[in-house]
Design a binder for this molecule. Structure first.
Ligand code: PLP
Length: 524
């Protein structure tokens, strides 16, 4: 007997004891094969009249055989895509504790506003005179981003955090070139704890990367930065709060040291959500910083198209901001599309995107800002920090902290010291969380912490939700220490697909579906 995948059932003898099923489904969690595995090219959900005979002009280019596209009836198509959509664990399904990713609630009000036809139907090729409202939204968003960061300029067009990093580093490169130091200043300092995008960006823009060691307490020491400074250093890329969830205590001294050495300070602002309304990067000496609108200002991570990673710039870098941008003079605004149209004193380094960025994200972020107000945004930061520390306090007696002397900001970082001798690894623990209905936290990042577990609950979780999460992790931690190894090493037990060979998947990815050889149905 063949199951839904057209393969012999894996259940077999002893299936009941192993809780394995004939279909591969786990109760109402249905496994869904690829459409190629269930569709047949002779099936269709619609009836289309055969075209009247005609003389093809394609000649030898005409298709000689069936393409073999999979066809399904309308109800089958509906089920296929609805089932696939249900495979998606998202912030609308449950707590999503991924550290460094800030999976917070996407306010429905933002979604409603972004769907207003005036915003959702606007086209980037419309004449500028027909979209003054869209330009106003961009100007207002820019105003609040500059106000919240204490910075005098912002480039809105980058489409994500990493894209923003590229924008900031290109502005730095242009500023260095303008000073005639392009040939000599080619080193970028990046702390060991940095997100992988930081060294990757620096290298992509043509800099060579020097690593700044992490102190035993997870922060960067100004002395270590100074020791690396020289006439060849262009900039430092420093994350604050850093990827260990700690506010860099010497950030002001580091900024001053960079400036004194004629270099720039790029701040990775992915964690800005921890300090909005509390500290302004401009006051800390930052020259460029990207803001992930999908983290700090609650726009969705995907779904609505690409994201947005605007970059705020200091006075020194503002002239090099990329086109397009909106220039306001004498109360009138105009769109600067080309370098040649830039106002005097501006020397844009180029262009990051074909058009002006992600309008849908701008509208959502502005709706978030306006609906929260200054006090609401400050409270969101305070609550994000409170929630992270609540989780830390709830687990600290069972799980070990690599940096116990620093309070956590918006995320709580644990290491795997507490798992020593249990036979359970960070990965096993994360997989066991799936059985409990939680998306795992970020694991093995930052790299400076052994077996890192980085938990970011965000401000949007209620106390009840945090209590259940802490209780679940406590139960798992006690089981791990009690040597209940199989709960972990074979996890997930209850997911339709069990533990994957992630190393093999990364090293030998199968990216193309191949039609499997037909299998013979076993005689009943
Ligand atoms: C610290 C840090 N920097 C940069 C990025 C890159 O941002 P994006 O994913 O928007 O490109 C991330 C993303 O998680 C991050 O956590």
């Amino acid at each position: 007997m063949l199951n839904r995948q057209g393969r012999p059932s894996q259940a077999g003898e002893g299936a009941a004891e192993r809780h394995e099923t004939f279909t591969g489904n786990r109760a109402l969690q249905q496994i869904e094969p690829l459409i190629f595995e269930i569709g047949h090219h002779e099936s269709t959900g619609v009836d289309i009249d055969r075209p009247a005979p005609f003389k093809s002009r394609l000649g030898k280019h005409a298709r000689q055989s069936e393409i073999g596209l999979p066809g399904l009836s309308e109800p089958e198509t509906m089920r296929h895509y609805v089932r696939l959509s249900q495979k998606n664990y998202g912030i609308d399904t449950g707590l999503f504790p991924l550290g460094s990713c800030t999976m917070k609630h996407n306010a429905r009000l933002n979604e409603k506003v972004a769907r207003l036809p005036g915003f959702s139907d606007v086209h980037p090729l419309q004449p500028v005179s027909t979209v003054p409202g869209a330009l106003d939204v961009m100007l207002e968003l820019a105003h609040y981003l500059m106000t919240l960061t204490g910075m005098p300029a912002v480039a809105l067009s980058p489409k994500a955090g990493a894209h923003g990093e590229a924008c900031g580093m290109m502005a730095i490169k242009a500023a260095i070139a303008a000073k005639g130091e392009g040939a000599t200043r080619n080193v970028v300092l990046v702390p060991e704890s940095a997100h992988g995008t930081n060294p990757a960006t620096a290298a992509l823009i043509g800099f060579s990367v020097k690593s700044v060691p992490a102190r035993a307490d997870g922060t960067v020491a100004v002395e270590d930065v100074k020791a690396l400074l020289g006439p060849d250093v262009a900039a430092i890329m420093l994350t604050n709060p850093n990827t260990c969830g700690i506010f860099e205590p010497q950030i002001v001294e580091i900024a001053a040291a960079m400036h004194e050495a004629g270099a720039y300070f790029y701040c990775d602002g992915a964690n800005f959500n921890a300090i909005v309304g509390k500290a302004r990067p401009g006051d800390l000496g930052v020259d460029a910083m990207h803001i992930n609108l999908h983290k700090t200002f609650s726009t969705p991570h995907g779904g609505g198209g690409p994201g947005a990673g605007p970059v705020v710039l200091s006075e020194r870098l503002a002239p090099f901001a990329p086109v397009p941008f909106i220039h306001v003079e004498g109360g009138k605004s105009r769109l600067v599309e080309h370098k040649a149209d830039a106002p005097e004193g501006n020397d844009p380094f180029g262009r990051m995107t074909a058009f002006h960025g992600q309008m849908g994200m701008y509208v959502r972020a502005l709706a978030y800002m306006l609906s929260h107000g200054a006090d609401g945004m400050k409270q969101a930061s305070e609550d994000a920090v409170l929630n992270a520390n609540y989780i830390r306090a709830g687990l600290v007696d069972l799980m070990s902290l690599p940096f116990p002397d620093h309070p956590s900001m918006h995320e709580a970082l644990f290491d795997d010291d507490w798992l020593k001798g249990t036979g359970v690894s960070t990965l096993d623990f994360a997989k066991a969380m799936i059985d409990e209905g939680y998306h795992p936290m970020t694991v093995y990042f930052p790299l400076v912490v052994h077996g890192a577990m980085l938990i970011e609950p965000t401000e949007s979780e209620s106390k009840a939700s945090l209590d259940l999460f802490v209780a679940t992790l406590r139960d798992l931690a006690i089981a791990a220490k009690g040597n209940d190894k199989t709960r972990f090493t074979a996890a997930p037990h209850h997911a339709p697909i069990r533990r994957l060979d992630e190393t093999r998947a990364a090293r030998q990815p199968v990216l193309k579906w191949e039609k499997p050889a037909p299998v013979k149905e076993a005689a009943e």
